[in-house]
Design a protein around this ligand. Sequence first.
Ligand SMILES: [Mg+2]
Length: 131
Amino acid sequence: MALNILVVDDSSVTRKMIIKALGLSDLPLGEVFEAASGFEGLTVLYEHWVDLILADLNMPEMNGEEMIERIRKNPALADIPIVVVSTEGSKTRIERLEEMGVRFIHKPFPPEQIQSVVSDILGLQNETSNV
Ligand SMILES: [Mg+2]
């Protein structure tokens, strides 16, 4: 099983760091898509099958939170696992995201954290799909 991953961040440097961390893991990567805003992220999701989304919050055009709300309201996309990678410090905002089933990683992040959270989500998916 190859994982298609969408990385949404307005910083191309951060996108590269996340993709590098994924590449250094033993995760079975398929296609890796990049988007620089929530709007671009949604455009990718309407056109491609994606297994996992790693998303920034603070972005121009459409921020990560609005993108996540739209994903969760769209039955075709609602179940895609989402990991937010952000400098966000507001507890209420983080809790609001966690209520939407989103995992949270603080920037700056060690590459191992990206790998372990993604592996964790992938492991949970395997368990449910084997039933
Ligand atoms: Mg940003």
